[in-house]
Design a protein around this ligand. Structure first.
Ligand code: 5GP
Length: 209
């Protein structure tokens, strides 16, 4: 994959607050948030093409066969996948792209995209995580328990990520992620070619971003 933008993967257990953090990040920055496809039914207020592309299982499977997904995973009985071509187009056009995906999906992306930035969102405590999952109120008691148990196990995967950000307040978490991205854009392995170009007096404008 040749890229100009940075691929940012925001992941972590259900209830850690990934969605809220991504929303706040987008209000303050010019990132592109990838819209996933899913076989789960829309929740109240969710719209096709805005929150997700809602597909049936057959449609989703056709897309898998056509290799349309950068990654996909089964999460709590539903399939979720990241549309590959839109993400690639955005990166090629210089946009930084956020994927808000589960841990299985994040690890698959990590195998394919070695210069992505992988950020794990941690809840402030397990008790807080439980309360957040309950407060969501969109789940049955059984699925609440499943989500809580798997969230507990998923925390172990933090060691596979580049960064861990505790979501104690959304504002603090967002500021930490913004700082991570500022630092990533200064990494020599990302900007080496631009610096070498600039030796001839041709200062690349992206060095000043
Ligand atoms: P929800 O059904 O609550 O919207 O999402 C359930 C889980 O699926 C969340 O952890 C969310 O991050 C994850 N998810 C959403 N889109 C994708 C995707 O495209 N790929 C993967 N692997 N997970 C996703």
């Amino acid at each position: 994959m040749s890229k100009k933008g940075i691929l940012i993967v925001i992941s972590g257990p259900s209830g850690a607050g990934k969605g809220t953090i991504c929303k706040a990040l987008l209000e303050r920055n010019e990132y592109y948030l990838s819209i996933s496809a899913t076989t789960r039914s829309p929740r109240k207020g969710e719209e096709d093409g805005i929150n997700y592309y809602f597909l049936d299982r057959d449609e989703f499977k056709t897309k898998i066969e056509e290799d349309d997904f950068l990654e996909y995973a089964e999460v709590y009985g539903n399939l979720y996948g990241t549309p590959r071509s839109k993400v690639q187009d955005m990166l090629d056009s210089g946009k930084d792209v956020i994927l808000e995906i589960d841990i299985q999906g994040a690890l698959r992306v990590k195998d394919k995209v070695d210069d992505g930035v992988f950020i794990f969102i941690l809840p402030p405590s397990m008790e807080e995580l439980k309360q957040r999952i309950i407060k969501r109120g969109s789940e049955t008691p059984e699925s609440l328990m499943t989500r809580f148990k798997s969230a507990y196990q998923e925390i172990n995967y933090v060691s596979k990520y580049n960064y861990a950000v505790v979501n104690d307040t959304v504002d603090k978490a967002v500021r930490k992620i913004e700082s991570i991205l500022i630092a990533e854009k200064c990494r020599v392995d990302r900007i080496k070619e631009k610096i070498l170009d600039s030796k001839e007096g041709l200062i690349h404008e992206q060095l000043y971003d």
